[in-house]
Every structure is written in structure tokens, then in C-alpha cells.
Design a protein around this ligand. Structure first.
Ligand code: PRP
Length: 227
């Protein structure tokens, strides 16, 4: 199913080419709690998981299935099984907060971690972990990262996955900046981007405004570790 069909079949998705902003009352409710600076880490983690499930549900609408037969206790009937191999690709650290929730939806998925952090002075991504195999790329990769700010980290991850040979990539971010979306779509128009909110600005430190602060620090309760 093409992205265009996806948009037609689901009025809750707004598409700008390959960008899908998922609107839903539950998403808006949970997102507002997520943004709140008073939300404690335990609730923040739960909210990230809930939003990851809702995003992944929308982002996987167009996955292909194959027909299978299934034996119920009463008879044999027709069913479906997912056709493509799926890889979840969390960008460390914050993407880790989304993995388990999406893995509950797709238990057969492979999980491939990519370690990237943003240099605080340049805001450019620095890779510190990548252990993809030489061959057998997954058919569809779901890149998980709650924040898409300048887009540098996402683009680095997408390049790594394309070098691995992944034919289809979907990027799932909870909050994106306008600039980040523009950057990713300019360099990688084929990647589908699923987000729950588009925020208007980046500040001088390249943080998303209004945003929610540093997702990794809020998930892992590590506000004091930056020198
Ligand atoms: C944050 C966020 C993204 C990246 C977004 O991670 O989780 O990975 O920055 O910024 P960009 O779009 O400008 O690249 P961070 O570098 O703070 O690492 P962390 O997840 O370990 O906190």
C-alpha cells in the first residue's frame, strides 16, 4: 500500500509527501503530560512507551501480509502473517525508551542498536556504537528516537541503514522540529517519517522549542551528568 493510500485509509494521518503527523486524542493527552517539566521519570517512561505504541500502530498499517491457514479448536480457516522481516533500530539512548513497547507489538522483530550522541558544541551527531551485520538486511526498519531536532542523528542512522542495504525505512519520532523534518526529507525523501507533533523552533543550543527538554535525560534520570 502506498503512503497515499495510507493517508486515504486513515483520516487521522496528515501527510506531506512521506511525513505523517498522527493526530489522536490519546496522543494529544499523553504528549501534553510528556512535555510537562513536572512529570517524573517513571511517568515519563510510561508515556514514551504509550506514544511509541500508538505511533508504531499507524506506521505499520501498510506492512504486507501473506495468507496462511490456521487451525482453530473447531476448524481450519484463513489468516495472515507478516511478510517482511522487521528491524527495530533504536538510536541510543533515548530510542531505548520506545523499544520494548514496539517489540510487544512485533515480537518477531530484530533489534539493532545505533549509538549516536550530539556533540554539545556543534550539535553534530557522533557515532559510538554500530554493529550491523555484513549481510541479510531487514526488509523494513523502524528507526526509533523520540526527538528529531536538527535531523543530524536521524540522517546518520538512515545512512547507516542504507549502507546495510535496508530497502524500506520508517522513522518514528514523538516530537520533531520543522527544520529537522525539512532536513531529513531534503536528503532522504524516500524515508517515511511518523511523528505526533511538529514544533516550530530550535533554540540556540538546537533544542526543540517548546519540546520536552532532553528525552534521554528524562528517561534515564541523568540530568546531572553533563559536564
Ligand atoms: C537527542 C535525541 C536525538 C537527537 C536529536 O539525543 O534523542 O537522538 O538528540 O537531535 P538532532 O536531530 O539534532 O540530531 P542526544 O544526542 O541528546 O543523546 P541521548 O539520547 O543519549 O540523550
Amino acid at each position: 500500500m502506498s503512503p497515499q493510500n495510507l493517508k486515504k485509509t486513515n483520516p487521522s494521518l496528515e501527510s506531506g509527501d512521506n511525513v505523517f503527523e498522527v493526530h489522536h486524542p490519546l496522543i494529544q493527552h499523553h504528549l501534553t503530560r510528556l512535555r510537562n517539566q513536572s512529570t517524573a521519570p517513571i511517568e515519563f517512561r510510561n508515556l514514551i512507551r504509550r506514544l511509541a505504541v500508538l505511533l508504531a500502530y499507524e506506521a505499520t498499517q501498510d506492512l504486507q501480509t501473506v495468507s496462511v491457514s490456521v487451525e482453530t479448536p473447531l476448524t481450519t480457516t484463513d489468516g495472515h502473517a507478516l511478510k517482511p522481516s522487521i528491524g527495530l533500530v533504536p538510536i541510543l539512548r533515548a530510542g531505548l525508551g520506545m523499544v520494548d513497547a514496539v517489540l510487544d507489538l512485533i515480537p518477531s522483530a530484530e533489534v539493532w542498536h545505533l549509538g549516536l550522541y550530539r556533540d554539545e558544541k556543534t550539535a553534530r551527531p557522533v557515532e559510538y556504537y554500530s554493529k550491523l551485520p555484513q549481510s541479510q538486511p531487514v526488509d523494513v526498519a523502524l528507526v526509533l528516537d523520540p526527538m528529531l531536532a536538527t535531523g543530524g542523528s536521524a540522517l546518520a542512522a538512515l545512512n547507516t541503514l542504507k549502507e546495510w542495504g535496508v530497502p524500506r525505512i520508517k522513522l518514528l519520532s514523538i516530537i520533531a522540529s520543522r527544520d529537522g523534518i525539512a532536513e531529513v526529507t531534503a536528503h532522504d525523501p524516500d524515508t517515511q517519517i511518523y511523528i505526533t507533533a511538529v514544533d516550530p523552533e530550535l533554540n540556540d543550543q538546537k533544542f526543540i522549542v517548546p519540546g520536552l527538554g532532553d528525552a534521554g535525560d528524562r528517561i534515564f534520570n541523568t540530568f546531572k551528568t553533563h559536564d
